[in-house]
Design a protein. Structure first.
Ligand SMILES: [Zn+2]
Ligand SMILES: [Zn+2]
Length: 455
């Protein structure tokens, strides 16, 4: 599914100087490619926090608070930035929107407006050059590289964010973003620990700096790990994948193959036993009257996608198997030629107008040599289909791998062949391969024709 359409007005060709991101990375210019501000924010500050943690005792209350605030700010991204603003998968009342804008800002991953625009481009242009964090450029690029290396903003696919520009909470947060980051990223967690139980420094280091680092790394996994690890039960043409590990790390954003197929569904995991605390939280907000209009795709639509992907996998497996030479590629034999060749020692058996070379199979025939030998050089259609023994489905399948020709002429066989050709339309898979269903093999005759030979 694609997100809303962008306004595609033609742009004047840019004659100004080339963006650094579009020049090759060399030993002399690499530092110009680096977005140093982001390096400082994403890696520098956490590194300093790690060092500071050596001298900062960790109290139990602060540790619990850091984990609780990790969930608050993480949900600010997953339930707020992602499912509410980027995908509009539910509606939220003003108090909830303000709360999500604040704690989402506390995760320090950019403003809602900036984040949602990039994410909509990611969904619309997944895996292409216009995808801001395309995993096709490597795991680390999709995780961090797209932020720590300068990007040409013109490369990112354009998306419609007019709905976000109409949300005063989004606009307010975008305007005051740095204040929100400082206030909710560092000040608020420090105040809670400081005023609550006197641990100002611990609040700053653990619930502030290090908690930001963990929330960031966890949510970055949606762009990297969720496009890297796991299964693709709905569509395997693009990179998104489903995996429980990603779900555990990302507060439930790990069923990413589902999510890219059904992005406006407020759920990421659809089974009750799958881990999706973001979904559970949104649902709880609904019970409290804070969230409403939770969007959900019908199970019918979801199952269709799953079945189509299964069908594709089955087609791939089927195409690797030997179903015998297609009839139209087999040489046409005259009946007399067939009888002649069989007399001269070739183990040929004609069944339903198709000639099979069973020479190497005679000794392995489960019904014994005598039985199979009695069909050689004859029309064994009826024998094979119940005249002597009603052969199994597996036997028809095996027989098809021994095909060597089709017969022209030959009484009942020819009559049957004509009617069979007229009545049978082969089912084919999407790559044009014939699908042979159990009981639908060409050699399978529901009501055996009785022939003089078989009598
Ligand atoms: Zn994705
Ligand atoms: Zn998404």
């Amino acid at each position: 599914m694609s997100t809303k359409a962008e306004s595609s007005r033609p742009r004047a060709p840019d004659t100004k100087k080339v963006h650094i991101a579009d020049t090759p990375l060399t030993r002399n210019n690499w530092y110009k490619h680096v977005n140093w501000l982001n390096v400082y924010l994403i890696l520098g500050i956490p590194a300093m926090g790690c060092v500071q943690a050596f001298w900062t005792p960790l109290y139990l209350k602060t540790a619990v608070w850091a984990v609780v605030y990790y969930f608050f700010t993480g949900l600010g991204i997953t339930a707020g930035y992602h499912r509410l603003w980027a995908h509009c998968s539910y509606s939220a009342t003003l108090p909830l929107r303000i709360w999500l804008a604040l704690v989402g800002g506390g995760a320090v991953e950019g403003s809602i407006r900036w984040w949602a625009r990039g994410h909509r481009a990611h969904h619309r242009y997944t895996d292409t050059e216009k995808d801001p964090y395309s995993v096709r450029k490597g795991f680390w690029y999709s995780h961090l590289g797209w932020m720590v290396m300068k990007q040409n903003p013109k490369r990112i696919g354009r998306t419609d964010i007019s709905d976000l520009n109409e949300d005063p909470v989004v606009i307010w947060q975008h305007r005051h973003y740095l204040k929100v980051v400082f206030g909710m990223g560092l000040l608020f967690p420090m105040l809670v620990a400081g005023l609550g139980w006197g641990d100002w420094l611990g609040g700053f280091v653990y619930a502030g700096i290090l908690r930001i680092f963990f929330v960031q790394q966890a949510t970055f996994c949606v762009n990297s790990l969720a496009h890297w690890l796991g299964d693709q039960p709905f569509d395997d043409r693009n990179s998104p994948r489903d995996h429980v590990i990603t779900a555990l790390v990302t507060l439930g954003e790990g069923y990413h193959n589902f999510h890219h197929e059904f992005p406006s569904d407020y759920r990421n995991a659809i089974e009750w036993h799958q881990y999706d605390p973001t979904k559970w939280t949104i649902w709880s907000w609904k019970q409290l009257g804070l969230a409403y209009d939770l969007k959900q795709f019908r199970a019918n639509e979801i199952e269709k996608g799953r079945i189509q992907q299964l069908q594709k996998k089955i087609d791939q497996k089927r195409s690797k198997l030997d179903w015998g030479t297609p009839l139209e590629q087999l040489p046409v034999l005259e009946w007399d030629d067939y009888v002649e060749q069989a007399k001269n020692g070739r183990g040929l058996v004609a069944i339903a107008g198709v000639v099979h070379d069973v020479t190497d199979f005679i000794k392995d025939h489960p019904g014994g040599k005598a039985m199979i030998n009695s069909g050689i050089g004859k029309d064994a259609t009826a024998m094979f289909n119940g005249g002597i023994y009603y052969h199994s489905n597996a036997a028809h399948n095996l027989l098809s791998t021994m095909r060597v020709g089709v017969i022209r002429g030959g009484c009942e066989v020819e009559i049957w062949k004509r009617s069979h050709k007229e009545n049978t339309e082969y089912v084919r898979d999407e790559s044009g391969q014939r699908i042979i269903r159990a009981g639908a093999q060409v050699t399978k005759i529901p009501e055996p024709v009785s022939t003089a030979d078989a009598a």
